[in-house]
Design a protein around this ligand. Structure first.
Ligand code: SF4
Length: 177
C-alpha cells in the first residue's frame, strides 16, 4: 500500500516515516512550500529534507512555485485563525496529489508535532478525505517526539526555531519592550 506523507520539515519526518514503514507502507514524501517564510528559510528546510531523504532512500515530491503572496492574502485580517487555513491548504494539496497519483492514503508529519493543534489537524484530514475521496491515515505520532528530536540532533540536522509563516517567526522572536 502506498502513502503520500506531507512533510513540513526533515526533523518532524523521522519518527512518522519510521512508524509508517514499520507498518509496511510504501512512503513517499510531499514538501509544501507556501507557508514557509521567508524564501531562504523554505530553501533551507527543503535542502535539509533532500539530504535526509536521500540517506533513507525516500522519494519526495517537491511542490513547485512559492506563492507567499496568496498565503498572506488568504489570512490577512484573520491572522489569529490562520492555522486553520494553513492546515487545510497543506492537507488538501497533499490529498489531491495522492489521489492523482493513485496512492492508498495521505497523511502529514503535522501529527508528530506537540506544538500543533492535533485534534484540528485530524478533523481537517478526515473532512478532506471525504471531499477528495482518499483515506486519511491518522496516527498520533507525538508519542515519538523525544525520539525524533534526539535523532535529528544526532544527525546534525538543521532544526528551525519557528513553525513556518512570517507571523510565527514574529511570535518566536519579537519581545515587547
Ligand atoms: S503558525 Fe504554522 S500552522 Fe499556523 S499558519 Fe503559520 S505556518 Fe501555518
Amino acid at each position: 500500500m502506498k502513502i503520500l506523507l506531507h512533510i513540513c520539515c526533515a526533523p518532524c519526518s523521522i519518527y512518522p516515516i519510521k512508524i509508517l514503514r514499520s507498518n509496511r507502507l510504501n512512503v513517499m514524501g510531499f514538501f509544501y512550500r507556501h507557508n514557509i517564510h521567508p524564501y531562504r528559510e523554505c530553501v533551507k528546510r527543503l535542502e535539509t529534507l533532500t539530504v535526509y531523504a536521500k540517506s533513507i532512500n525516500l522519494q519526495v515530491i517537491d511542490q513547485k512555485g512559492y506563492d507567499l503572496e496568496n498565503f498572506i492574502r488568504s489570512v490577512v485580517f484573520r491572522e489569529s485563525n490562520r492555522c486553520i487555513y494553513c492546515y487545510n491548504e497543506r492537507l488538501r494539496s497533499t490529498a489531491l496529489v495522492a489521489k492523482h497519483g493513485n496512492f492508498d492514503y495521505f497523511s502529514t508529519t503535522l501529527l508528530y508535532s506537540k506544538f500543533q493543534q492535533h485534534d484540528m489537524i485530524k478533523s481537517i484530514g478526515d473532512s478532506i478525505s471525504r471531499s477528495v475521496g482518499i483515506p486519511f491515515y491518522y496516527h498520533d505520532f507525538r508519542a515519538g517526539w523525544k525520539e525524533g528530536v534526539e535523532e535529528s540532533k544526532r544527525l546534525g540536522m538543521y532544526r528551525q526555531q519557528y513553525c513556518g509563516c512570517i507571523y510565527s517567526e514574529k511570535e518566536r522572536y519579537y519581545k515587547k519592550r
